[in-house]
Design a protein around this ligand. Structure first.
Ligand SMILES: Cc1cc2nc3c(=O)[nH]c(=O)nc-3n(C[C@H](O)[C@H](O)[C@H](O)COP(=O)(O)OP(=O)(O)OC[C@H]3O[C@@H](n4cnc5c(N)ncnc54)[C@H](O)[C@@H]3O)c2cc1C
Ligand SMILES: Cc1ncc(C[n+]2csc(CCOP(=O)(O)OP(=O)(O)O)c2C)c(N)n1
Ligand SMILES: [Mg+2]
Length: 576
């Protein structure tokens, strides 16, 4: 539908349309078939015109949900997600979702209505300066007050959202611009070709230096980040790893960019990464960072980070280069394109000694792993997530919320494919999972979608259960119910003398809550009930909620305390 619509829109001679109709016609021309939004006075002309266009609108229950749905849609599909809201409170409710997309470089376009241009700046009813408010959390934003400017602005917004380092763009359209008429010519509204940043030039010299470092390295590690998925560079990273026999460590947002089952895949790095991964990074003599930004959750304290290693950084955003970690060679460009240029310079390499060293460092740690502890009958989040992984064959799209369960999801669900883990990394936004999963389901209707949420975060956006019902979609929901704001409780346990202030959490009976929405559910307390419950959820025709009452005071291990070095890990207390 999108493609046909695009051709029609581009070939049509200019047509006289209202600004509101231009909004939809331009979205249709951009190939949009699905949007998420919530109406109100300042955007009503746009809603009134929707019936004339082949675009499905999902009514959310809170505008934050619309932004997260657009975000989940974008992460699952690789396309631009679209959210719509009215002025004032509608627009401000979007902000957390926009910031979430900004911190993780997700391409979304948000369209807000605003008061008429004649009263802009007068504190008119439901007027806020949403472009001012979102300036630091958008890649770009616009206020549009003339109907003829709408199509060029929206087309430009799509270009900005997707090019270079992706990100959110907001287009704020005054009500009089929506009501006025203008000629609509989709083709003529095309933005000027994107002018790449002058630094985006991969020099021959840099490529040769990088190749030389790779050829000479004895203990290299590839740091695989989210940029690989955004670029579609999985094949090139795979080729580099295999050709030069380089082990691959992944960031949280990079999980899925390199198959978990591959023998060169080390697992996740950073604060809650496996100890052998962080140890390998600390011992490495070369780090090849691909589409990752050396976040502080990844590096720990910078002064002791990978001091023995030379560093190559392949990164599309010049401002990320040398921002946190000083590098020896910067290859500024799209990671797929850069690796295409680099690969012919890399030949076979024997990495077996280094790989053996890393393997040897795994053994002792594995016995402390919860998965390998004797089964006491208690339910641990790790068991739940590991069983969901096993039973879905690792083929589901997992959408997590933020907290302990998020880290266990990263540790115990193993991703073979990109775009199968959807999680808020940079902003760490509680309430993300349920709406983002709805977006992901719209993007991939044939995929099995699982929400993994904490009892705290789930309550932040639980109202979107109604959206699920109204849309008749199927999602499986696993609430990891530990009765606490668990991740904060863990910090209180480790660093605040177990002063559990404001972290014990009373929740509704989640199964009754689901029932009130017309959604089936089950509470699971015992390990022995786990597999059958997961099976019941998977085979149920509609959305199903599983309320897992897990061990209350379990902690995520290993953990590097904030501001410590990568090798200063707190490990799960062992029997030794
Ligand atoms: C509770 C909690 C705990 C966490 N613990 C960990 C942890 O233990 N380990 C961990 O890894 N993370 C952890 N995180 C996540 C962490 O905060 C960061 O979000 C994450 O590390 C960022 O990963 P990234 O750099 O790969 O992705 P992003 O932040 O998305 O950065 C991607 C980079 O790739 C670049 N890029 C984008 N497109 C391209 C392209 N086409 N070509 C080249 N470059 C491109 C971007 O410019 C950017 O610099 C945690 C988050 C939370 C909420
Ligand atoms: C909107 C928001 N508020 C506060 C936080 C701080 N925070 C991070 S994790 C966490 C606890 C999450 O609790 P829960 O959802 O129950 O998940 P658990 O850690 O127990 O698995 C909190 C409060 C946050 N990340 N996001
Ligand atoms: Mg909890």
């Amino acid at each position: 539908m999108g493609k046909t619509a695009k051709t029609q829109a581009s070939n049509n001679p200019p047509t006289r349309l209202t600004g509101a109709e231009i909004v939809w016609a331009t979205l249709e021309g951009e190939g949009v078939t699905q949007v998420f939004g919530y109406p109100g006075g300042a955007i009503l002309p746009v809603y009134d015109a929707l019936r004339k266009f082949p675009i499905h609108h999902t009514l959310v229950r809170h505008e934050q949900g619309a932004a997260h749905m657009a975000d989940g849609y974008a992460r699952a599909s690789g396309k631009v997600g679209v959210a719509i809201a009215t002025s004032g409170p509608g627009a401000t409710n979007l902000v957390t979702g926009i910031a979430t997309a900004m911190l993780d470089s997700i391409p979304i376009v948000c369209i807000t209505g605003n008061v008429s241009s004649k009263v802009l700046g007068t504190d008119a009813f439901q007027e806020v300066d949403i472009t001012g408010i979102t300036l630091p959390v958008t890649k770009h934003n616009f206020v549009i007050s003339r109907a003829e400017d709408i199509a060029p602005a929206i087309r430009y917004a799509f270009q900005i959202a997707q090019t270079g380092r992706p990100g959110p763009v907001l287009v704020d359209i005054t009500k009089d611009a929506q009501q006025a008429t203008a000629d609509f010519d989709f083709a003529a509204a095309k933005p000027r070709p994107h002018r790449p940043h002058p630094m985006l030039k991969v020099e021959e010299q840099g490529l040769e230096q990088a190749a030389e470092l790779i050829r000479n390295a004895k203990r290299p590690v590839i740091l695989a980040g989210h940029g690989i998925i955004e670029s579609g560079a999985e094949k090139q990273v795979y080729a580099l790893a295999e050709r030069a026999q380089i082990p691959v460590a992944l960031t949280l947002l990079g999980l899925g960019s390199f198959p978990a089952s591959h023998s060169l895949n080390l697992g996740m790095m950073g604060m809650h990464g496996e100890s052998w991964v962080n140890q390998a990074i600390q011992e490495a003599d070369l780090l090849i960072a691909c589409g990752m930004r050396f976040d502080d959750r990844v590096t720990g304290t910078l002064s002791t980070y990978a001091t023995k290693a030379k560093k190559i950084h392949i990164e599309v955003d010049p401002s990320e280069v040398n921002k946190n970690v000083k590098v020896d060679v910067a290859l500024v460009g799209d990671v797929r394109e850069v690796l295409e240029l680099l690969l012919p310079r890399i030949s076979g390499h024997d990495g077996s000694a280094w790989i053996k060293t890393i393997e040897a460092s795994k053994g002792e740690v594995a016995v402390r792993d919860i998965k390998n502890l004797p089964d006491s009958g208690h339910l641990y989040a790790a068991h739940v997530i590991n069983d969901i992984w096993r039973m879905t064959g690792g083929n589901a799209i997992l959408v997590t919320d933020v907290g302990q369960h998020q880290m266990w999801a990263a540790q115990y669900y193993h991703h073979e494919q990109p775009r199968t883990l959807i999680t808020s990394g940079g902003l760490g936004t509680m309430g993300f999972a349920l709406p983002a999963a709805i977006g992901a389901k719209f993007a991939c209707p044939d995929k099995e979608v699982w929400v993994i949420a904490g009892d705290g975060g789930f309550q932040m956006t639980a109202a979107e259960l109604s959206t699920i019902v109204q849309e008749g979609i199927k999602i499986n929901i696993a609430i990891i119910n530990n009765g606490y704001l668990g991740m904060v409780r863990q910090w209180q346990e480790f660093f605040y003398e177990r002063n559990y202030e404001a972290t014990p959490l009373v929740s509704p009976d989640f199964v009754k809550l689901a029932d009130a929405h017309g959604i089936q559910g089950l509470t699971v307390r015992m390990r022995t009930e786990l597999a059958e419950a997961v099976d019941t959820a998977r085979t149920a025709p509609g959305t199903f909620l599983l309320n897992f009452k897990v061990e209350k005071e379990d902690s995520v291990y290993p953990m590097i305390p904030a501001g410590s070095s990568l090798h200063e890990m707190i490990r799960r207390p062992g029997k030794d």
